[in-house]
Design a protein around this ligand. Structure first.
Ligand SMILES: [Zn+2]
Length: 259
């Protein structure tokens, strides 16, 4: 009986456990987040955390900047800022962010992929992740036939709601480029806290273009996923955050803003 039980356990491990860590393993890696998506939706655009502080929490991530001044990419420990003019800047460590998510990236196996668009990519990543109840850091690097991105212009006070800003967002169509998609998959249960599902930013390898991802066609590339078990948040001390209202379900607005 004991042998039979062990054989059954082995099969369960092969079919269910290949994509999982051994039980009781200590997971020290944590996704670190500044503020909440619903605060950003309401126009809490004043930065509350410096990039220098963020860099202690991760070398990989995405977000935005003080006053909503563009899209952030943290790639291999270096911050990049894609502003509304479509150009890529290098922000200083003293720059502030009102909303960002970072992690120390520890990817699993690399998966070779080719001829994918964004919906096909989501389908593939869904199956590789195995469970949508965890956070995942995602990197897809390779040759792209096209990448469709947007950025957002810096805002003046009194800040509008995010949905007002993104209705006039500058969009960019980048063709024949080599670069990286960086971002996260967040589970449904963080609705209101972060963007559920896929949220990715693009940066070309020559650092000439990028932004918040709206769509792409990949020729060939390498996909890396990193399942994350811990989650840490830092909330802003600002009056704007003190006075924010979180009773309203903004999930439909978030979908409009992010797609
Ligand atoms: Zn974004």
């Amino acid at each position: 009986m004991r042998i039979r039980r062990e054989i059954i356990a082995l099969f369960v491990w092969i079919f269910v456990g290949c994509n999982q860590q051994p039980p009781n393993q200590v997971h020290e890696q944590a996704l670190f987040q500044v503020s909440t998506i619903d605060a950003l939706m309401q126009g809490v655009f004043d930065g509350s955390t410096t990039l220098a502080e963020l860099s202690h929490k991760g070398d990989f991530g995405i977000g935005t900047f003080n006053a909503l001044d563009g899209e952030m990419i943290l790639e291999n420990g270096q911050f990049f800022q894609v502003k509304a003019d479509g150009k890529v800047y290098r922000p200083s460590g003293e720059s502030l962010t009102p909303f960002a998510s970072v992690v120390k990236f520890v990817p699993g196996d690399s998966v070779k992929v080719e001829n994918l668009d964004f919906p096909e990519f989501k389908h593939l990543a869904d199956s590789l992740m195995g469970s949508s109840n965890y956070f995942y850091a995602i990197r897809l690097e390779g040759e792209f036939e096209s990448v469709h991105t947007r950025s957002v212009p810096a805002q003046q006070k009194p800040y509008p709601e995010l949905i007002v800003v993104t209705r006039q967002q500058p969009e960019f169509n980048i063709s024949e480029t080599r670069g990286k998609l960086t971002g996260f998959f967040c589970p449904e249960f963080v609705k209101g806290i972060n963007i559920t599902g896929y949220h990715l930013h693009f940066l070309s390898d020559d650092k000439s273009s990028g932004g918040h991802l709206l769509g792409f066609k990949l020729k060939s590339g390498i996909l890396k996923l990193d399942r994350i078990y811990n989650f840490e948040m830092k909330l802003p001390e600002s009056v704007a955050f003190h006075n924010s209202e979180f009773k309203t379900d903004r999930s439909e607005q978030v979908k409009e803003v992010e797609n």
